[in-house]
Design a protein around this ligand. Structure first.
Ligand SMILES: Nc1ncnc2c1ncn2[C@@H]1O[C@H](COP(=O)(O)OP(=O)(O)OP(=O)(O)O)[C@@H](O)[C@H]1O
Length: 291
């Protein structure tokens, strides 16, 4: 009987993500990944580089590309794999790691590497915003504000998120948005609006606890204007998967959403600006992931 073909996997390491050093990670891969895989590793040299490397890897016939980093890295690798049979693996070494946490991928590197050895896969939905793919969440309002400030902050990691969220909150004013969700028009003044494929921002802040990666729908989460004394309750509910019980929160579900000229937004935590309307669409069952 012919021996089973060895699977080819490429690790793409973002040295800039999170606060943990990636020095020594290549050695750890060599120690931990079983010999029945053919393994290569590459380091990114700049933003978007991971997408270029992953596209080349797809062309060369790999079985999986593993993003070593946070949600930004997962997005950059994942977008090259959408619609192919190549699996996305994740070693969560970012600041928030929201997508990996939603998939229950262990946060400890050695344990996360075991998920690659096991190579269990599932097919999930992804989404696009004006054609650019996202995997976990995209958002407007306060979400986008935090995304901008975090991208321009000198240091990464959870504590930087806490600092930035607190400073962005001071003086933040809710805005009015016009949306069309599967043809239904809505005008609303909101603190933030999140389009959730996966359930959390990262660091276990669950903005959409009931979001599913395989239901063919996005959760459109709206946090209305709220009095300041509600902040402790919002934080508690966000980190305990109870935000859907908050009276200033509501969510709808949809497949295709238009947003009229929102100014700034984020895609998987990475900030973007726009002067055109946004079209956000679910792409059902479009990406194979190792979980
Ligand atoms: N070599 C590099 N130098 C500078 N920036 C890079 C490099 N490679 C990738 N990047 C950029 O680093 C940014 C942050 O990466 P990533 O999102 O993985 O980590 P994080 O922001 O710390 O974690 P999380 O998104 O989970 O909070 C991304 O925008 C990515 O484009």
């Amino acid at each position: 009987m012919p021996a089973e073909r060895k699977k080819k996997i490429l690790f793409i390491i973002n040295p800039h993500s999170g606060i943990k050093s990636k020095l020594g990670f290549v050695d750890l891969i060599e120690q931990q990944i079983r010999e029945d895989f053919i393994v290569k590793t590459r380091l990114t040299q700049r933003p978007e580089h991971a997408t270029e490397i992953a596209l080349e890897a797809v062309e060369s016939g790999v079985d999986a590309v593993i993003a070593v980093g946070g949600d930004g890295s997962v997005n950059e690798v994942g977008r090259a794999l959408i619609g192919t049979d190549v699996a996305l693996g994740i070693i969560p070494l970012g600041s928030g790691n929201g997508f990996a946490r939603h998939l229950n991928i262990p946060l400890h590197e050695k344990d996360a590497l075991q998920t690659i050895n096991q190579f269990r896969t599932q097919i999930i939905d992804t989404a696009t915003i004006n054609g650019t793919p996202f995997l976990a969440t995209a958002g407007l309002g306060f979400d986008a504000q935090v995304g901008w400030q975090f991208a321009n902050h000198g240091t990464r990691g959870f504590l930087s998120y806490v600092q930035i969220t607190a400073s962005a909150f001071m003086g933040y004013k809710p805005k009015t948005y016009q949306l069309s969700i599967d043809g239904k028009e809505i005008e609303t003044t909101a603190f933030l609006i999140n389009f959730a494929n996966a359930g959390q921002y990262g660091n276990n802040a669950w903005i959409a606890p009931s979001a599913s990666l395989s239901d063919g729908l996005l959760n459109i989460c709206i946090l209305d204007k709220f009095p300041k004394y509600y902040v402790p309750s919002i934080i508690y509910k966000l980190f305990n998967k109870k935000i859907e019980k908050l009276k200033y929160y509501r969510f709808l579900q949809g497949k295709e959403i238009w947003v009229r000229n929102p100014d700034i937004y984020h895609i998987d935590g990475e900030p973007r600006g726009t002067d055109v309307d946004l079209l956000i669409k679910i792409v059902p069952l479009s990406l194979k992931v190792i979980y």
